[in-house]
Write a protein that binds this ligand. Structure first.
Ligand code: G3P
Length: 219
């Protein structure tokens, strides 16, 4: 499963990318707004930090305008994937952009039926928001499982990107469900490393090593 970071913050991206296991980045208008720069400027800067798929979202709601925006975003860098919302106009734009060789991430997906439409439009990625479903007492992980099954049933090449992830358990759950990608805030990415037994075990190993060194030195 690929790991993407769901942030537009350059410091967070630099720190996480330095670990060498970040495969891409997802952004949305809310994440870009926090950084105080234009979408184009921020996406360009992100592309210089992470070498992988970088999702950049359109803000229009009409297909024609989404297609124009999509071309503008795709021109920023070859790694840019254009994000379109899962509404009829977004699906129309996805079909057009995909036919023109521009990769599209269909976002704001909340049902398997919607995901089927995204795949039929030629989406490169579909983004089911599992956390926002869990927030309203609906099964986010089950949705990921259903979409993966439907795509496998019909050999759709569209990748499932589990979005709106709320914690390390979600990451494990979507990996078990067969998600191709999980995108997560930087904080959750760093939490994945944590286990108290790792810290205790390492402390013990190093203490024993230092003790042996001291004993050898004394003779
Ligand atoms: O980028 C889309 C998604 O990951 C947003 O997550 O936390 O705003 O529900 P959240």
């Amino acid at each position: 499963m690929k790991i993407f970071l769901d942030t537009a913050n350059l410091d967070e991206l630099r720190a996480a990318a330095a670990l060498g296991i970040v495969d891409g980045v997802t952004t949305n208008p809310s994440l870009i707004a926090k950084e105080g720069r234009s979408n184009v400027e921020q996406i360009r800067a992100i592309c210089e930090i992470v070498d992988g798929d970088i999702s950049a979202e359109v803000v229009s709601t009409e297909a024609e305008e989404m297609i124009r925006e999509g071309h503008e975003l795709a021109a920023i860098h070859p790694n840019v994937v254009v994000k379109c919302p899962l509404i009829p106009e977004g699906i129309k734009a996805t079909k057009a952009l995909s036919s023109q060789g521009i990769r599209v991430n269909v976002t704001l997906c909340f049902s398997a039926a919607q995901a089927l439409l995204a795949a039929k439009a030629g989406a490169y990625i579909v983004s089911p928001f599992m956390g926002r479903l869990d927030d309203i007492a609906s099964e986010g992980t089950e949705l990921i499982r259903e979409i993966v099954t439907i795509y496998e049933n019909y050999d759709f090449p569209t990748q499932v990107l589990a979005a709106s992830i709320r914690g390390p358990m979600h990451v494990k759950d979507v990996a078990l469900a067969g998600s191709h990608i999980a995108t997560m805030p930087a904080k959750i990415f760093h939490q994945l490393f944590k286990h108290p037994l790792t810290d205790i075990g390492l402390e013990q190993f190093l203490a024993d090593y230092r003790k042996t060194l001291a004993e050898v030195a004394v003779g």
